[in-house]
Design a protein around this ligand. Sequence first.
Ligand SMILES: [Zn+2]
Length: 289
Amino acid sequence: MKKFKFSSRYFSALLLTVLFLLSNNPKSFSQTNEYLTTESRKIHDQFWAADSLIFDQMMEGTDFQTPVFIFDSKIEGPAVLIIGGTHGNEPAGFEAAHRLLKLFFSNKILKGKIFIIPESNKNAAYKNKRRIPVPDSVDKEMGNLNRCYPGEKNGLPMQQMAFEITRLIKKENISLVLDLHESPRYHLESVNKKDEYHGLGQTLIYTVNERAVWLGMVAVDFLNENIPQGIKRFTLVEQPIKHSCAWSAGENFNIPAFTVETCRKLPLEERIEYQIKTVIVMLKEEGII
Ligand SMILES: [Zn+2]
């Protein structure tokens, strides 16, 4: 009997094919939701199929299409926008956004409206990347949604996404924006070191206005209640980076807007919990829940 020989050439070809398929087919990731935890995958499958909760689709009909969910109390009140997945390599943000869908679905809100865009740059999340690629001639930050605000109607994909999100903020009279992010380092571990990268982990970054200062202080106090003294504690940082979502919302609409940053050195579930707690404490303060 002839023995089947697994030649190294055959093996290399197979390996190359697999690698090619993995790197060139983001759709296969989206279908299996491999970028999400098991818990969020279930939520994703349930809610992405639930038309009644989908308020709108951003960039409808394109590869970047992503849903905006709504929870409407039908009672007049504040309108909050929660954004996850601005950076695809900061999973606590989009994980928390998924879980908040489940939370607001099972617990009725008291007044106002909550809008959630769990995956604002889903193509980056599929690949666990901060940005999506842009043509060689263009600044790579144009693939970074958080450098594209307030956006451009006919710009590159993330400029268009920023434009549509800005339009939503304006049209729906959004009164609070929470953009959920993560940082590789703790802010307090590098805050005094002038010559190196300043981590922003465990911070709430806000454009200065009266309401933002108040909400920020309330949230930081609440978050730090169970965190012992040390670098893991949350702090407030003024002025989000130019052309970020929080910067644009503060500058252009004069509303409280935060870049919520957890630190990626912590376990994922702990980071998700901080993200959710930040949202909850601010919504409570606004009387929405
Ligand atoms: Zn980020």
